[in-house]
Design a binder for this molecule. Structure first.
Ligand SMILES: [Zn+2]
Length: 410
């Protein structure tokens, strides 16, 4: 037995010696024959990440403690953040990321403040460091084309931030088209807007550079120039009177329907007003600059606001559920300013805005009156030349989009 063991030991030693002698040579020749693309050494992860969202009513300290960060460190981190970011502005639902070393020590903390900035806390050699970093955004031009089948809301459903696009569009054409009630199936929109991305992911849109709207067969076009919008002739889209006393609210989807002149009460035989059947709570705005002459309760009108404008024109807004707190008689008011919310106070069978206009005391039909605001004189001289030059390329792109849409429909 002993002899055997000894012999086996000798054989093993011999085999080992051969291997030690041969293997390096073998690998040497092998390495010579293959390109030097050795795989990277496998690293044992030294850190681990946790990704989550800020919970409701949880402070930063509480959040860190939830993830086993010692309370003293959590307070220390909060103190470091204090000069660079107001932690009271931390919003629940926003994502954060914790980085920990294998022994559980906090290595880093990242919180997404908004789509463009991030709060970073990083462990340095001696202590932690906190800073707010702006994300690098890439921009590219995007041409958006859509046709309305049921509503503008639905037509933009494939796009991120459609409420932004819808609201901006409504604002560009707020003097021409009442987006709360007049957008209808068959209408078309095209717009040119810069899109901002971070790491290839959508972040936000810039201002709409140019927009094209076909509403009820009428063509409207707007070009952004020096922070305002003009048509292709250089006439400002801005008018003295808005197209609607209702502020466009894309979140109220039923506000997109094209219902109007709703005959709400049989008793209103001579209905010297326009009824806008829109959901209760829709914001109501002043159609033009003026002075409030009445704000309060007036019998069948319920909560009523009356405004005196230039050129003997007045406007009245009835059945409001609420009058805005700062609206009172004698106060001047700006076009587009909120005066109250749609309701059904007074004699009303359902929520609607009973909107009246009068010229020198005589009631006039509000709808054509709203469309009659006089435009400012068109751009001229050097400004006009600059405008023409600036919109040339954009106009071409809108036209191309226009052809593309027409082609797609054929
Ligand atoms: Zn009415």
């Amino acid at each position: 037995m002993r002899f055997y063991k000894c012999r086996i030991g000798f054989i093993w030693s011999l085999l080992l010696a051969v291997l030690v002698a041969v293997i390096p040579n073998y690998w040497e020749s092998k390495i010579d024959s293959i390109p030097l693309l050795a795989p990277p050494p496998i690293e044992i992860p030294k850190t681990r990440f946790v990704e989550d969202k800020i919970q409701k009513n949880r402070t930063l300290v509480a959040t860190l403690v939830d993830y086993d960060v010692p309370i003293a460190i959590a307070y220390h981190v909060a103190d470091l953040i204090h000069p660079v970011f107001d932690l009271r502005k931390m919003r629940f639902g926003n994502p954060f990321r914790l980085e920990k070393e294998t022994d559980g020590t906090l290595k880093g903390f990242e919180y997404k403040i908004d789509e463009e900035s991030v709060l970073r806390v990083q462990k340095g050699s001696e202590s932690y460091e906190a800073k707010v970093e702006k994300l690098d955004l890439d921009s590219r031009e995007k041409i958006i084309t859509a046709e309305i089948h049921t509503s503008l809301w639905e037509a933009l459903s494939d796009l991120p931030r459609r409420e932004y696009l819808a609201t901006e569009l409504a604002e560009i054409f707020q003097w021409q088209v009442d987006f709360s009630t007049e957008i209808q199936p068959g209408d078309q929109i095209r717009l040119i807007v810069d899109e901002f991305l971070h790491d290839g992911a959508f972040v936000k849109y810039g201002k709409i550079q140019a927009a094209d709207l076909v509403n009820a067969g009428r063509h409207y076009r707007g070009f952004r120039f020096k922070d305002s919008y003009y048509d292709q002739k250089g006439i400002s889209l801005k008018r003295a009177i808005l197209a609607s006393p209702l502020k466009f609210t894309p979140r109220i989807s039923s506000g997109f329907t094209s219902r109007r002149m709703h005959p709400i009460l049989g008793r209103e035989r001579a209905h010297l007003a326009t009824d806008y059947a829109v959901p209760a709570g829709s914001p109501v705005v002043a159609v033009a600059n003026g002075t409030v002459t009445f704000a309060g309760w007036d019998g069948g009108y319920g909560n009523l606001v009356r405004i005196k404008h230039a050129s003997g024109l007045t406007s009245g807004y009835a059945h409001l559920s609420r009058i805005a707190s700062d609206i009172r008689a004698g106060r001047t008011i700006k076009q587009g300013e909120l005066i109250g919310l749609v309701g059904q106070t007074g004699l009303a069978t359902g929520p609607h805005l009973h909107f009246m206009m009068a010229k020198n005391g005589t009631p006039v039909n509000p709808v054509p009156t709203l469309k009659k605001g006089e435009p400012a004189p068109p751009l001229d001289g050097a400004l006009k030349a600059e405008f023409v030059k600036e919109i040339a390329l954009v106009q071409e792109k809108l036209d191309t989009g226009s052809q593309a849409l027409t082609a797609a429909r054929q």
